[in-house]
Design a protein around this ligand. Sequence first.
Ligand SMILES: Nc1ncnc2c1ncn2[C@@H]1O[C@H](COP(=O)(O)OP(=O)(O)OP(=O)(O)O)[C@@H](O)[C@H]1O
Length: 930
Amino acid sequence: MSGNNIKVVCRFRPQNSLEIKEGGQPIIDIDDEGTQVSLKGKDFQGSFAFDKVFGMHTPQADVFDYSIKSTVNEILSGYNGTVFAYGQTGSGKTYSMMGSDIDDEKSKGIIPRIVGQIFDSILAAPSNLEFTVKVSYMEIYMEKVRDLLNPSHDNLAIHEDKTKGVYVKDLLEVYVGSTDEVYEVMRRGSNNRVVAYTNMNAESSRSHSIVVMTITQKNMDTGAAKSGKLYLVDLAGSEKVGKTGASGQTLEEAKKINKSLTALGMVINSLTDGKSSHVPYRDSKLTRILQESLGGNSRTTLIINCSPSSYNEAETLSTLRFGMRAKSIKNKAKVNADLSPAELKALLKRVKSETVTFQTYISALEGEVNVWRTGGSVPEDRWVTMEKISKGDFSALPPAPGFKSPVSEDSRPATPAIVLEKDERDELLKRENELMDQIAEKETELANREKLLESLKEEMTYYKDQEQLVTKENQQMTAELTDLRLQLQKISYESKENAITVDSLKESNQELMTELDELKRTLAETRMAHKDAVNDEKEKKKAEKMAQMMSGFDPSGEINEKERQIRDALNKLDGDSTGSLSIEELVSLRRDLAESKVLLEQHTKTIEDLTYERDALGKKKIDLEGRLSNLESEYEELLDKTIAEEEAQVQKNVDIAETISTLKGKLESQYNAKREMQQREIEELKRELDRKNESHQKISNALADLKTANDQLQVALSEQPSDNQSELSEREKDLERMRKTMANQLAEFEVMKKALMRDLQQRCEKVVELEMSLDETREQYNSVLRASNNKAQQKKMAFLERNLEQLTNVQKQLVEQNASLKKEVAVAERKLIARNERIQSLESLLQDAQEKLISQNQKFEAQLQAIRERLDQARSQKSQNSMAALNFGRIAKPLRGGGVAVVENGDSPTSPTSRDKRGSWISGFMGSRS
Ligand SMILES: Nc1ncnc2c1ncn2[C@@H]1O[C@H](COP(=O)(O)OP(=O)(O)OP(=O)(O)O)[C@@H](O)[C@H]1O
């Protein structure tokens, strides 16, 4: 085990915009060999030597090739390795470690290049070597170790044991088979990192990130195995709070960052000052994890990142000094190898011989002790020493009874005991470390448990509060429910009572209805009787009126008279056959006759007109009759309605004066309209009657004229000499014809007269009827008017009538009262039953409510319990799920040297194509998960 110094390389980035803005100037100068940098600052001027110094424009590839490349080979040889970047915030640590784009060949940083080289080396290795590569990714944020591949694990414990050394417990390790898979894991982890904006860096890392790659190789021929662990650390930036403008959470982060960096400084100081016996690795999580990397079993490279600018002179100086101190740290890197069976056999043999030597030594010592104890003495030259035992010089030992020479049994011991003592001490120290780790772990666990307990208690209090609230609410609601139920009961009870009242009211209503029916019947009978009487009276009146009217203008007498006169004149003519009718007289007679004819025609026409008018009048009469019947039915309806309303009014004791008044108004207006219409019709009829009378008068006048003409004709005929016989006979003939014509005309006239008279009589009848119906309607209207107007009076009357009725039917009433009392008793009994029922239902309700309350409480308790159980389940599931997220990476992916992948269950190797396929499956999976 030889000591090896930490390799320190220094890298300067170009000035950034802030530095340029602030007027910063480059103040560094790198020598030609690239191992020394001179700082020409205001406050400091001097130079620092490192393993390598990279200038502002050094490409990423150069930094890797000149400083890191060799580390990869060491890892593959079974050494542990560490590369970590240190520097102020914004100095380019992340840029150096990860690069600005891991997929870009030019700008990708050290980590992707290392990964690439690892897989390249595996491909180039001999095929009897089998490799497995595991990756884990964590960050130390606010002094807590977070698994970036399983962020729910945010406070992991750090352990140490003999074989593993220092390690983070429960950190997820993902098996990877290609560069792409490693990149995918990196991307996934990077997404979970904590970054924030500061004045110095828009995406400042607020945590120390650590990628751990474990590469195991096995020689398939010998069975020997080696494993190397590579820590790739991107530290959070050391920063001056004032410059970064950190505040709030960022300020808190800065404090923690500075604290862990101070611890790192302290570790480096105590490792390098040559005085300290204790190295304070346990002062921070960072130093604890990097324990092996700083002064332990690791080949470590430190990249110190600096700003070249005068603006950051102080920070650059501090970083350079840090690097200088770190440079003198000595590590003790060794190959982590598992021995092959042959090597193990040799080792066993050696250990066995050592055991024999020790046993011999112990026996010799015991022998010597016995000599001393038994009072004997051993000369100094024969004292037992390890040297003598080792040499096998048993003769020089004291003769002790218990001592047996091992020479005959086994070969000489080989290893001096002093080596074993040192190992023992180492072991003890390791054991102590382990125990300390366990204590620390237990403490963290205890703290976690306490926290959990605290949160559970809080939760418990919350649930208890909730329970109380819910119980209160429940009680309130139960009270409300009970109230409502009581109300419901009350209402149902009241409704029952009301139903009973309604029943009794219905009964009384029924009685009233029968009474009403009786009354209606009586009314109808009275009405019928009244109607009959009225009809009789009407008939009488009609007859009287007709007689009166017809007496005024009966033309039959006149016409008969005229007819008689004409007949007389004709008879006279017949009798006086030798009549002396002059020609002039005859001519005038003829003319008169002609005129009479015209008149007759006129009259006929008039009669036709009259017939037509009569028809029209008949129609009108039918119309009027229809209307009258309508009016009557309306009146009936109204009467019924009024009676019904009055009855309703009596039942409900509601004042419907308004309704009656509107009804009255309506009735009045309807009646007025009808009356006016009828009046108009009657007037029209009267006018027509007058016209008819006039025309009748005219006809009578014409008849009178005719009569006079006839008279004149008669006179002329009587004065006519009877000398011309032939002429006479002719005239006779003419006269005969005339007479016949006249007779015909008279007969026609007679018929016409009769029809006319009939028509006239009918019209008169109609007029009389109309007048009478008008009177009737008027009377009805008046009665309705009276009915509506004198309601109060009517009421009074009804009341008086009822009183009278009551008085007259006292006995009947008493019987009725008795019956009603019986009914009331029945009602009261029903009410009593209903009340009893209500009391019973109330009691059962109360019991129900109590039972429900108890069951609800039980239910609630059960729910609460279930919630608690579910919460516990959810908690345990959550931790399981997060573990399951990257389960695919838990399967080892052995890779054979020379690019041959190994199928895990069988030994048949698969082609590189199939390995690529697995890689694409992984990235697809990761992509789908992100
Ligand atoms: N050598 C370089 N060449 C070009 N640009 C660089 C170089 N180094 C750093 N940068 C740029 O400077 C900025 C800050 O760099 P980076 O984030 O790597 O700083 P950091 O030290 O990781 O900061 P923090 O500690 O705050 O996380 C980035 O934009 C980065 O691209």
